[in-house]
Design a protein around this ligand. Sequence first.
Ligand code: FE
Ligand code: MN
Length: 361
Amino acid sequence: MEKTFKVGNKEFVLDQDKAEEAFAAKQVINGRVTPAFNLLPLKYGWAYDLYRTMKANHWEPEDIPMGKDIEQWQSDRELSDAERWIIRMGIGYFSAAEGIVGDNVLHVIRELVTAPELKLVLGRHAHEENIHADSLLYMISSLGINPHECEAMFEQIPSILRKNEFVTRVSHELRRDMDMTDPANKKLFAKDIFVFGQCMEGTQFYGLFGMILSLYRQNKFPGIGQMFRYTLRDESNHIELLRNLFMDLVEENQEIWTKEFREELRATMAEAIELEKEFISDCLPVNSLGLSCDEFVRYIEYIADCRLEGVGLEPLNPGVENPFPWLAEMMDLKKEQNFFEGRVTEYQKSSSLESISDDEL
Ligand code: FE
Ligand code: MN
């Protein structure tokens, strides 16, 4: 029997029986591995949709003007030491963190999943981490910060070292030939996806995001702030990607979803929060510019509970409220908000041109 599949505005005619066989053989892990990158028939439709959303959001660091940032950085009058320190911590931490995420996505997660559409979206995820790493290089060179100083930050500041050790601990265990039919290995893999998506990108990134966007709101570092807003929009897709992947992995391997494992994940998030509290107090050694350390800690607890609930886990601090409602607004960048200017709009158009329907133009 033949059947027509519609994907976007394209149509494909496929043999129904063979398609169903191929469809059934697709799994998050332990699925059929083919030498061809067979995206069709799509089983994980969310992965393909997300891939398209992600590429439509493409941006390039060099398109963002840094003139005002450079002027502020060089002026003695415009900035306090505390503000400069936030920028240094932001650049120092993310320079290391973006690479660690990209490496885990490419060499651990993308290696272990078997469905091609999952590999497709993970490839885009890794590429976006490259863009983020490149944006930090652009900030460092624009401001004239000594790159060795930056390296020293993630090698010598204990709270950054501990955050990095927390995430690489689980990913290192997965870098060998793994028998993915073993439930212990399945759990380890699920934990890796949870740690990177929900604990690191989903929670531990948000302390500094909040601080840098607070500065941006006060017209400090407009270029850096804008790059972080683009980065944040990308991160929200990464969190969603890894959340969906986690949920599908659990759905297909329900034997791992024990009470014990769920508690292990909640304890892991609790550890992530503790590390983030320590890090926040290093970023904000003094309360400055209306930024209080206590509020940021509460913010992290609030975000962490959103992430836990997003993957079907009980919150750690039920009832905690978001102390920064303005931040939620600023982070919630919708494509329709006409946020893009200049060349970035062109990327957006050319990259998604094929799919733009007449009413969108
Ligand atoms: Fe990133
Ligand atoms: Mn990311």
